[in-house]
Design a protein around this ligand. Sequence first.
Ligand SMILES: O=C(O)[C@H](O)[C@@H](O)[C@H](O)[C@H](O)COP(=O)(O)O
Length: 255
Amino acid sequence: MHQPPNPPTVYSFSTGLSSALTSFIVKAQKESIEKKGRFTVALSGGSLPKQLKGLINNPGVRWDKWQVFYADERVVPLDHPDSNHHLCATEIFQRVPIPPANIHTLDPAFLDDLEELSDAYEKELIREFAQKDSARFPVFDLILLGIGSDGHTCSLFPGHELLVEEDRWVAYLEDSPKPPPKRITFTYPVLNHAARVAFVATGEGKADVLSAILDRPEGGLPASRVRPVHPGQLYWFVDDNASAKLQYPKSSFSA
Ligand SMILES: O=C(O)[C@H](O)[C@@H](O)[C@H](O)[C@H](O)COP(=O)(O)O
């Protein structure tokens, strides 16, 4: 079975996924702050933000050291119910002492111009990373992703031309099969340059796609439809329903 340099680590939970994910995030944060004085993290939308509630009132979290970006975002006002920022703000950020300047949202001034909106977000990334890391691509300490039953992640959908984007850090699309249609998304090079990526997947609706990705990486989902993500370290936090069809070995979690 073809595996990337560092094969994925899969943690499967009957209960306690959210608290394990919290411990994992706090540990990654501690290591990043010790190394670089900050913790750069990117979040997805969907069911993921609800899994992060354990961070609220957690004494180990140093919110002033966090720099938060969105791995993808819907092109709607920041207070719109479809906005991933709105979801994360209501679930988490309005309840913790994170400096507002540390949360990097789309610039609402450009909601009517996708090219400007995408470029402005990419410039925000450059300000945070290129000046500090002078890297060809930003190296996030952690990117937290969901996965669709079709294998999409962020707003990178099967068969979409953005799957082969290798230069831009941020791109836009107007034809998302998952509503709403207009979105901004990180590209695969950004995902693949992260120090850590953690997918979070729950429910039996994800059992087929998990097995296709982890048990049959060459034969499961044709590369033209979904690209594998190969960051420094790749983790899957799943529940037992999502891993019900998985042959891939599961690891026991310890923070
Ligand atoms: O903005 C979005 O829609 C999300 O970022 C998207 O990529 C999500 O992570 C997957 O669709 C899985 O969503 P669920 O976890 O809710 O199934």
